[in-house]
Write a protein that binds this ligand. Structure first.
Ligand SMILES: C[S@@+](CC[C@H](N)C(=O)[O-])C[C@H]1O[C@@H](n2cnc3c(N)ncnc32)[C@H](O)[C@@H]1O
Length: 255
């Protein structure tokens, strides 16, 4: 018998919209378009938002421009636009087994944990960061703010690429329904991790790349940006298809 929100409201929750028409070329991203690429659903749900928390994210308070232009301020440092946060929430709601590369101070993991708990099916977030201090701050923030589901957030201090390797080199490779890649916007480290992602993403699952739609990727003087290029050059096309651009994020689905 169906007992959770996800089972009752969405008994056959499969993605309905591939949003392929949101594709942007690198040249098109060279002009600021993060605010034009609004949240659009990947799943079918009645109304514009899944629930009240999803709607809250869409109109959450915003940091002052000099701190984090256009980014939501819900009590954590971080750089998520409303469209980024809404897409993270939606994906985690329907795909509650999450790997996050780049915890920082816990903003994105808090958003996804709310989604997992509100969907009611149980689930977990495995989050990895190279910096133990950031991750400690994230843990404390989750505890202090009593983030629902925080007992199911598992924190690891590790290099993201090495961590991914360790997950698929196990005797039984660990596959996730959703992977959020947000540890770097530099081309070379993105080149290292992109070709490995199909090995930790379950068939039908998603990888969401932050900073994919950022005008600095196309700027030859911004030497520390190259997410768009790294993803398009090295994410396996055999295993992934493009599924939309929302805010600063690019979404790919595992075939
Ligand atoms: C942009 S922040 C992540 C923000 C977070 N996802 C959020 O939205 O709240 C990037 C984080 O990645 C971490 N990082 C940088 N290089 C890394 C690496 N090679 N492996 C794992 N984490 C890394 C940094 O320490 C930083 O905390």
């Amino acid at each position: 018998m169906a007992t959770t929100a996800l089972q009752v409201l969405y008994p056959n929750s499969r993605p309905s919209y591939d949003n392929k028409d949101t594709w942007l070329t690198l040249e098109e991203t060279a002009v600021e378009k993060r605010f034009d690429m609004i949240f659009r659903p990947t799943y079918d749900f009645p109304g514009d938002y899944i629930d009240g928390y999803h709607k809250f994210l869409a109109s959450a308070p915003i940091f002052p421009d000099n701190l984090a232009e256009g980014c939501i301020d819900i009590g954590y440092e971080g750089w998520l636009l409303p469209a980024d946060a809404c897409k993270l929430y939606e994906l985690a709601y329907f795909n509650p087994d999450v790997l996050e590369i780049g915890t920082y101070r816990g903003l994105s993991s808090a958003v996804m944990s709310h989604a997992i708990v509100n969907a009611g099916n149980g689930g977990q977030i495995v989050t990895v960061d190279l910096d133990p201090v950031h991750q400690y701050v994230a843990r404390v923030a989750h505890d202090t703010r009593k983030v629902p589901g925080r007992e199911n957030i598992h924190y690891f201090v590790f290099d993201g690429t090495e961590f991914v390797r360790s997950l698929y080199e196990r005797e039984e490779p660990r596959l996730f329904q959703m992977v959020f890649v947000d540890h770097t916007h530099v081309y070379e480290p993105m080149l290292d991790i992109c070709p490995l992602l199909h090995k930790v993403t379950a068939p039908g699952g998603f990888v969401l790349f932050h900073d994919y739609n950022d005008q600095r990727n196309a700027n030859p003087e911004a030497l520390d940006f190259g997410v768009y290029q790294a993803v398009n050059e090295t994410l396996s096309k055999e295993h992934f298809e493009f599924y939309g651009i929302f805010g600063a994020c690019g979404l790919y689905r595992r075939r």
